[in-house]
Structure formats: C-alpha cells, structure tokens
Design a protein around this ligand. Structure first.
Ligand code: ADP
Length: 327
C-alpha cells in the first residue's frame, strides 16, 4: 500500500507562465484543507538543492490569483541534472519531512521529476505551466490563454498602424518548437499568413499572395511568425520578402517577453485552480508520479515518464481556415 503523504512541497520550474500563482494558491489551500503541511520551494529545483524551502499558510497565498509571474520564483538548475544534485535535494526534503512534491513547469521540469522520482521515494505530480501549450495529454496549459490574448491585443494595435500606413507587418510571437500562439493569435487577428514550426511554408506561395493582394489593393497585411519557424523568425522572413518585393513597405515587430507577463486570464486562473486542486488529490489518493492534464473537460492523468512535448499536431482544418479567411 502507498505511504500516506502529510507534508508536501510545491515549486515552479523552467520558463514562467501567467497563472502559476493561481496554481500555487490552489495547491496550498487544497493541501491545508486536507490537513497537510505545505511548503513552498523557491527557484524551482535549485531551491531544493539550496534548502530554500518555507512553510506556507493559507494567508501566504492571499491576493496572488490575479498576478502574473510566480511568487516562488523560477529557475533552471544545472545541479539538478546531476545525481549528486538530486541527492542533496532529497536530503533537504527529508530534513523538512516533505513526502510529496507538486512541480509546475514544462516538459524539462517533468524530465527532472522523472529522474528524481526514480531515484527517491518522493512522489511527484506535474502541472503544465507553459505558454507554449506543447505538452501531450492536455488541452490546456497554465499560461497559454493569457499569452495568446496578450499577443492578440498587441497585434490588434499593430493592425491600426499598419492600416494607417498601408504597410506589411511581420510580427513574431513566442514559440520555439510550437506554433500554437502564432496560429491562435494569427487567426484571431485576421493575419494573412501564419508561419509555424509544425508546417513547411511555401515561400513562393506567400510572395505571390502578397503580390496578388497588392494588385487588388488589399492594403493591410499581417504575417504572424512563430519564433521557431523554418526561416528563423520575423527578421529572416522580412529579409526574404524585401529581397524579392522591395516595393512593399515592410516592418518587423517582435513581441517578446510581454507574452509571458501580465494578469492571467479567467481561463488560465480556472485551469490553474482545477489542476492545483487535483494535484493534491492525486498525492492524497496515492495516484503518484503523474502529470495532471485536462482532456475533453475531464481530468487526464498520465505517468510522468510518458509526458513529452506535443509535436506537429496542428490540424489541416485550421490551416485551411487561415487560407480561406485571409483572402
Ligand atoms: P521547462 O520546464 O520550462 O521545459 P527546462 O527544460 O529548462 O524548462 O527544465 C527546467 C529544469 O528541470 C532544468 O533546469 C533542470 O534543473 C531540470 N531538468 C530538465 N531535464 C532534466 C533531466 N533530464 N534530469 C534532471 N533534471 C532535469
């Protein structure tokens, strides 16, 4: 029979995402509701190694559900990649009597959790905190909705100035391996072209569509590019366009880190609250070393070692919609 947990830790690791605070709050308050002691670990796995671990009370997470970033800070830890580092982390957890961990992060953080849970008898639960939405086994990740709404708001503003000057704007959004932010924000802002890592772009088609639109005086042109597209981001796409079509006035705008910040949307707060609650339920009910996702509005629990990046799953339907609606 599984050992009962009584003292749990929560940490945020890897890239930050809006809504992590809402998830921390849910873990802390659900844990306390069930009579557990809850500890916050600062700066992800690095804080485990440095024993930067603090008991949290219900009040410790007051007034944070609406805040971006993470009150626990986040970090990347080189030491945790090594067995010696993970051993120190384990000893520190034992020192505090912590017997369960909730890890809010991306696929890298989950790989860390798998390595750790294989070596030591501390059950780990993973929650997807990433703006890229590129994790298998879940329809939502904490932060994606906020990031994509931030991108939409910014692109709407760019459209106004593009319209005033009849310019082509090439806008880069985040997404090194996944094009979901580009796809969703591009469709929602009426972009003519969306370039994503999951799909090859026929540059000749793109250029001839620009030419054709210029001929019929379709004056506002927006191209949304994921930073990890095959050409290497917006600057590279702009170079290609300028080389071949110098007559078109082109501007590049890279949205960058504004996409990671800001108050989480309602959806991200709900997702984070629901996942945080279920993470604690998993620890209590002996459903250990799993990732907590939501699929078709139901909780979906996947063994952490089977969780990886979701790749190449942008549907043909969406790509067709982009093409039709941009005409
Ligand atoms: P993300 O969680 O956002 O994908 P990273 O890939 O940077 O971010 O991973 C976060 C941290 O997880 C790393 O800094 C490292 O400490 C830990 N980690 C990642 N992969 C492993 C691994 N294979 N073994 C142990 N720890 C890992």
């Amino acid at each position: 029979m599984e050992k009962k947990v009584s003292r749990i830790g929560v940490l945020t690791s890897g890239g930050d995402s809006p809504g992590m605070n809402a998830a921390i709050r849910a873990v802390v308050r659900t844990g306390i509701y069930y009579g557990l002691d809850v500890f916050g670990v600062m700066r992800g796995y690095q804080g485990l190694i440095e024993d930067d671990i603090h008991k949290l009370e219900s009040r410790s997470v007051a007034n944070i559900i609406q805040r971006g970033g993470t009150i626990l800070k986040t970090a990347r830890s080189k030491m945790f990649l090594k067995p010696e580092g993970r051993k120190i982390a384990y000893e520190n957890l034992k020192k505090h009597g912590i017997d369960g961990l909730v890890i809010i992060g991306g696929d890298g953080s989950f790989r860390g959790a798998v390595a750790f849970s294989k070596e030591f008898d501390i059950p780990c639960i993973g929650l997807a905190g990433t703006i890229d939405k590129d994790i298998m086994g879940t329809d939502f990740t904490i932060g994606f909705d906020t990031a994509v709404n931030t991108a939409v708001e910014a692109i709407d503003k760019i459209r106004d100035t593009a319209d005033a000057h009849d310019r082509l704007f090439i806008i880069e959004v985040m997404g090194r391996d996944a094009g979901y932010i580009a796809l969703h924000s591009g469709i929602a802002t009426g972009a003519e072209n969306i370039l994503i890592p999951e799909r090859k772009t026929n540059i000749e088609d793109l250029l001839s569509s620009l030419l054709e639109k210029q001929k019929r005086q379709k004056l506002v042109n927006l191209i949304v590019v994921a930073e990890g597209d095959e050409f290497g981001g917006a600057d590279e796409v702009a170079k290609l366009v300028k080389e071949r079509m110098p007559q078109i006035e082109t501007r590049v705008c890279i949205l960058g880190h504004i996409q990671r910040g800001g108050a989480p949307t309602c959806l991200d707060r709900l997702t984070a609250s629901r996942m945080g609650y279920h993470a604690v339920e998993c620890l209590i009910n002996g459903r250990h070393n799993v990732f907590v996702g939501i699929l078709n509005n139901k909780m979906n629990y996947v063994p952490l070692e089977n969780v990886g990046k979701r790749k190449g799953t942008v549907s043909d339907e969406w790509m067709k919609i982009v093409k039709i609606l941009a005409s």
